[in-house]
Design a protein around this ligand. Structure first.
Ligand code: SF4
Length: 327
């Protein structure tokens, strides 16, 4: 009997501790004690009255039950709604166990799938879907070539080339609806004198190339990154290009050619925003806002090294074939 009472007290203590963990601060359950329950005196071995002693003997003589059910709290009490301590998981993990959250987590895979995503930052170096959704496109034309030229003006002084011996601002020429466009780096002496791009010896060679491709010069559009001649026919410097080339980009948006042939390293690297040498850029198409770009050697370079004509012709045949296939 003493052992049973000790176990009962221990069980009650554990139940109370469990309820404290659950936040229970008051308990209004009515626990009916049997009239034959031992008193404090009998538990302490203090002699009791004959009635109580007899009751104690009955209890002591009673055969112990093999499986003694724990008395449940009275129906309707708060304690009755609590889960049984005997079914409560006891390890540290289950101290934070939430039965409602765990219902569907029958396997590790289920748990991993149901686990909250802690960090949703994209993995560094892997482009996200948004990057693909924001690929720059050719802007819609909202102006005319004439308006762009008028804005540039015949006395443009936006960069230092205006103070370095230029004679004329050399604007683009040709078909404003061309499928094919040629872009060089800047005017030379002949172009500066006549006010038209590609009219010197290099310009004549370009005209021959255009005809060999099956076009008339008047059918294509021809321009330069910079519209004023650099001194000594040097390449335009970055601070000069960055000011002038937006006008050419605006013209490209108006003309909307199918292919842009960029002549020489300076023009190709400016349009494609790269430092790759022209020898590696040429020979295959690149992209500029959805438009095909074919870099190739400048005609002036071909005049110095005619052996490069074969490579230029290979490039131009690719352009010609692409245009023929895109009709
Ligand atoms: S190169 Fe272009 S920006 Fe510079 S002065 Fe000539 S037109 Fe103006």
């Amino acid at each position: 009997m003493g052992n049973e009472i000790s176990e009962l007290i221990a069980d009650v203590r554990e139940q109370v501790l469990y309820m404290q963990e659950l936040g229970v601060r008051t308990l209004d359950a009515e626990i009916a004690l049997p009239t034959a329950a031992p008193t404090r005196e009998t538990l302490r071995g203090v002699p009791a009255s004959p009635e109580i002693s007899n009751l104690g003997s009955e209890i002591l003589n009673k055969q112990p039950e093999v499986t003694k059910p724990v008395d449940r709290p009275a129906a309707g009490s708060r304690l009755a709604s609590l889960p049984s301590l005997s079914s409560r998981p006891k390890n540290a993990f289950f101290d934070k166990y939430n039965p409602q959250e765990s219902v569907a987590k029958e396997t590790l895979d289920d748990a991993l799938v149901a686990a909250p995503i802690v960090d949703q930052k994209p993995i560094v170096g892997v482009p996200s879907i948004e990057l693909f959704d924001t690929v720059p496109a050719m802007p819609e034309p909202t102006e005319t070539i004439e308006a762009i030229r008028a804005e540039i003006g015949s006395e443009c002084r936006r960069c230092k080339l205006s103070t370095l011996g230029r004679t004329k601002v050399v604007n683009s020429v040709g078909n404003f609806n061309a499928d094919l466009m040629f872009v060089g780096e800047a005017p030379g002496a002949d172009e500066d004198a006549q006010g038209e791009p590609f009219v010197g010896r290099a310009g004549q060679l370009l005209t021959d190339i255009i005809k060999a491709m099956g076009f008339e010069r008047s059918e294509v559009f021809i321009g330069n990154m910079n519209r004023c001649r650099p001194p000594g026919n040097r390449a335009p410097e970055p601070d000069e290009s960055v000011v002038c080339k937006p006008f050419l980009f605006r013209e490209i948006a108006v003309v909307r050619p199918k292919v842009i042939v960029v002549l020489g390293a300076t023009a190709a690297q400016n349009l494609l925003e790269t430092k790759v040498p022209i020898g590696k850029l040429r020979g295959h198409f690149h992209d500029y806002l959805g438009t095909k770009v074919m870099p190739t050697f400048h005609p002036a370079y071909l005049l110095r090294d005619p052996h490069k004509k074969r490579e230029v012709w290979e490039d131009m045949k690719m352009v010609r074939d692409y245009l023929a296939a895109s009709i």
